[in-house]
Design a protein around this ligand. Structure first.
Ligand code: SIN
Length: 314
């Protein structure tokens, strides 16, 4: 039987499997990161970190139902030094993506400067899309502010020369995706991860007539299978509008091998698993890999390059 290769290449960063964890889920502590390191995940992506450790928002801050999840975690993380030390100590044999999410643009510069000094990071995933920060109540997501994003990237690429990708919020208009792609195309961006959770969702417990999470009066980011169509739409449009050397990492609604296939068919070079990883634990990577390979076998494909981006319109 011919071997099916699900490896991928994110702008020069080689992954033995195109399926990896999404930042945010079970990737905060040493134990969680070590588990990902030992698993069949194609890379290790850290929890988005800040300069100093954070407890995050008050609980309950995560809820899952059959079609998705709502969260308002508020970036609980152990601080950038912890993740850089983990990398130096453990030296993972797979790509290591440091996710960062400063509470201000200034903090993002500090984080990037610090990461710049670390020789072993494969790439930074710059999170422009965390919807759950109580401190930023009156400011929108950076990823929705086109002018600020452009200015920010312009300044950071003056001193940062290593691979960097951005994690974007979902966009709902073609015009917005075109505009963001136009901005990103002007910089040496290595990859784009789309999408982060859908901001400002609300899920309700009708028995108790309450919200299901506490922070931000119950509003939070929606993830899981319910957001897959938005993820696919963003991947597809960015695939069309971005420079061809900018890879896309799909994120949103990956629960099965079929979902992985759909993301790649739309143009993703790799996928990240969040809600389903939280639900199922570390074995999710083996299961998804098996299901994905079985689809490729049935379709007579031997690598993701056989169908990546080749979605047809009826
Ligand atoms: C969080 O910690 O609130 C989630 C992170 C994110 O959505 O970017």
């Amino acid at each position: 039987m011919k071997k099916i290769d699900i490896s991928s290449n994110i702008n020069g960063i080689k992954l033995t499997s195109c399926i990896m964890n999404a930042s945010g889920v079970l990737c905060c502590t040493e134990k969680e990161l070590s588990e990902i390191m030992m698993s069949s995940s194609g890379a290790v992506v850290t929890k988005s970190c800040t300069m100093i450790p954070r407890e995050g928002n008050l609980e309950p801050r995560y809820f899952k139902w059959n079609m998705g999840s709502i969260n308002s975690m508020g970036l609980p993380n152990l601080g950038i030094d912890f993740y850089l030390n983990f990398l130096e100590k453990k030296k993972p044999k797979k790509p290591f993506f440091l996710s960062i999410s400063g509470l201000s643009i200034e903090e993002n510069y500090q984080l990037i400067r610090k990461a710049n000094l670390s020789p072993n990071i494969n790439a930074i995933e710059l999170n422009l899309s965390c919807p759950n920060l109580i401190e930023k109540k009156d400011q929108g997501l950076l990823g929705y502010d086109f002018y600020k994003t452009s200015d920010f990237l312009d300044n950071l690429f003056k001193f940062y020369k290593k691979p960097l990708g951005v994690k974007l919020p979902p966009y709902f208009e073609d015009f917005h995706i075109k505009k963001m792609a136009f901005i990103l195309n002007q910089f040496p961006i290595c990859f784009v991860t789309c999408i982060n959770s859908l901001p400002n969702g609300l899920f309700i417990d009708i028995n108790h007539e309450t919200t299901v999470i506490h922070p931000k009066k119950g509003f939070g980011g929606i993830g899981g299978s319910i957001i897959k169509p938005f993820a696919l739409a963003n991947i597809r449009k960015f695939y069309i509008y971005l420079r061809k050397d900018i890879s896309i990492i799909g994120c949103g609604g990956i629960c099965s091998g079929k979902d992985v296939f759909e993301h790649i068919l739309c143009g993703a070079s790799a996928v990240q698993v969040g809600t389903q990883f939280f639900q199922e634990g570390i074995q999710v990577f083996d299961r998804l890999k098996k299901e994905f390979i079985s689809i490729l076998r049935k379709k007579n494909y031997f690598s993701i390059e056989n169908f990546k981006g080749q979605l047809n319109v009826i």
